[in-house]
Write a protein that binds this ligand. Structure first.
Ligand SMILES: Cc1cc2nc3c(=O)[nH]c(=O)nc-3n(C[C@H](O)[C@H](O)[C@H](O)COP(=O)(O)OP(=O)(O)OC[C@H]3O[C@@H](n4cnc5c(N)ncnc54)[C@H](O)[C@@H]3O)c2cc1C
Length: 456
């Protein structure tokens, strides 16, 4: 029998007034992320503007035993923010205040709902940027919660290394702070690292302190098609081993290049292709471009386009960031399901080639794009409504992909998180380690109210 949340919602209304929404449009708008996973309407949405709002809402839900599901920008790809009947959705998107911009210390503290683009816009006049995270615009709190990263993780790392400290509201409404603005600390357990990547299952992040970086003086992009995927990947490994500084290295398979050509009006050669970005002073960039070109040429690169023009560069990276809609556009009326794994770079070519063989044998359409500099790649399954069995086939391919990646010493998700979609994979990857996670979860969330059913 579904939990009666009416008394909790009534009390939330008394305390938080118009911030509590029960109308269908408001509940629908915040009920799910961008994945294909199941969802249903939450019983109420609480639009929180401050840590205090979140704390008061959680204290009420804790007393009434009502589960809560936090949501930021809702761009997640594994169902982490998906609601179900009987829960209250905690909407962090109104928390848009930039609380501190440390120009000298290269740091910032923001409310959880601040979007990555807004932080960058505020930092840019000071010559600073916040490069970490996904290509799509997302909330800093959501990015911390999924331990996100993106095309430039090879240079700037993931949210794990970029979050300095957090304010977190625990299940019963208690507010705790973790970390701080110091660049290093040996003071006790690393609670920041515990909450980063916990997907709202241990607490709700309301404020995040992050590292900022100087905006590079010069940026250049190269487009390099190869005869084989192995040649592309080995060029990347060789460049990294030779110490050539690369700020972004994206691998696209021939199917993805074709999809991007049609969707974004490009005319790239339909072959395994690297998009490589270099940053720094003009002389250093020029030298690194030449060093990479020599490495790529020695591995049979088919051509080498050097895009210095900012318009061309932006068009190429925008096309890369539009890879998901580009894949969906391959079939009329189709949607996509994006999955990701990450393996040691030495196994990347093997893992992608075995996966491509599986995709071909399974007769499913799934272009591949990857942040090849750190061994992370994505399949964009094209869910064609004209082929009803496609979801089942994609699920089987995904399961084999996860097994393959874990067997190669990798992980079931490099950046999208576990959400609903990868819970069984977590056990495969961590074995008894999952019991330790369950122990931590039970200690911090004894009533299992924090985003239940996600991650574990
Ligand atoms: C086109 C596209 C491209 C993408 N590319 C990338 C990529 O390159 N790299 C990458 O890492 N991801 C990528 N993603 C996935 C997504 O953008 C990231 O997972 C992002 O970090 C989610 O942020 P969000 O604000 O949208 O969070 P949401 O989707 O709202 O939530 C994500 C998870 O975090 C929880 N959560 C949200 N806010 C909080 C909070 N304040 N406190 C506690 N828990 C919270 C939610 O409950 C959920 O479990 C992509 C998504 C799309 C649609």
């Amino acid at each position: 029998m579904a939990l009666d949340t009416a008394p909790a919602v009534k009390e939330l209304r008394q305390i938080l007034g118009a911030k509590v929404h029960t109308g269908v449009p408001a509940r629908t708008a915040r009920a799910h992320d961008r994945s294909h996973h199941v969802w249903s309407l939450p019983d109420a949405v609480v639009s929180c503007a401050s840590t205090e709002d979140v704390s008061r809402a959680l204290a009420v839900c804790f007393r009434h035993g009502v589960p809560v599901v936090p949501i930021g920008a809702g761009t997640g790809l594994e169902g982490g923010a998906n609601s179900s009947t009987g829960n209250v959705c905690i909407d962090l998107s109104p928390m848009t205040e930039i609380l501190h911009l440390g120009v000298q210390d290269l740091d910032a503290t923001v409310q959880a709902g601040v979007m990555k683009s807004a932080l960058n816009a505020a930092a840019a006049p000071h010559g600073l940027c916040f490069p970490a995270g996904p290509g799509v615009d997302a909330s800093v709190g959501g990015m911390a919660s999924t331990r996100a990263s993106g095309t430039n993780a090879v240079a700037y790392g993931t949210m794990r290394g970029n979050v300095l400290g957090l304010t977190v509201v625990l299940a019963d409404g208690t507010v705790v702070t973790t970390g701080g603005l110091a660049r290093k600390s040996s003071a006790g357990y690393d609670l920041t690292a515990l909450f980063v990547g916990s997907e709202g299952t241990l607490g709700i992040i309301t404020e995040v302190s992050v590292r900022l970086y100087g905006i590079p003086e010069t940026t250049a992009t190269a487009v390099v098609p190869f005869p084989t995927l192995g040649a592309a990947v080995s060029s990347v490994s060789a460049a990294i081993a030779a110490g050539v500084p690369l700020s972004r290295i994206e691998l696209l398979d021939d199917v993805m290049v074709g999809a991007m050509n049609s969707y974004s009006g490009l005319s790239l050669k339909e072959a395994p292709t690297l998009l490589v970005e270099f940053e720094g002073g003009p002389a250093a960039v020029s030298e690194n471009v030449s060093r990479f070109e020599a490495i790529a040429s020695s591995r049979g690169a088919l051509s080498y386009e050097f895009a210095a023009d900012p318009l061309r560069r932006d068009a190429l990276w925008q096309a890369r960031h539009d890879a998901l809609p580009a894949a969906a556009a391959l079939r009329p009326g189709a949607s996509t399901w994006s999955t990701d794994v990450c393996v040691p770079i030495s196994r990347l070519a093997d893992c992608i080639e075995e996966t491509q063989a599986d995709i071909a044998a399974s007769d499913v359409l799934a272009p591949i794009a990857g942040h090849v500099g750190d061994g992370n790649f994505h399949l964009a399954f094209v869910l064609d409504p004209a082929v009803p069995a496609v979801l089942e086939v994609a699920q089987a391919v995904n399961e084999r992909l996860v097994r393959r990646a874990v067997a190669m010493g990798g992980t079931c998700t490099g950046e999208h998180g576990v959400g609903i979609g990868k819970t069984s994979a977590l056990r495969l990857e961590h074995g008894e380690g999952v019991r330790v996670m369950e122990t931590i979860k039970a200690a911090l969330d004894p009533k299992n109210l924090m985003n239940p059913g996600k991650v574990l």
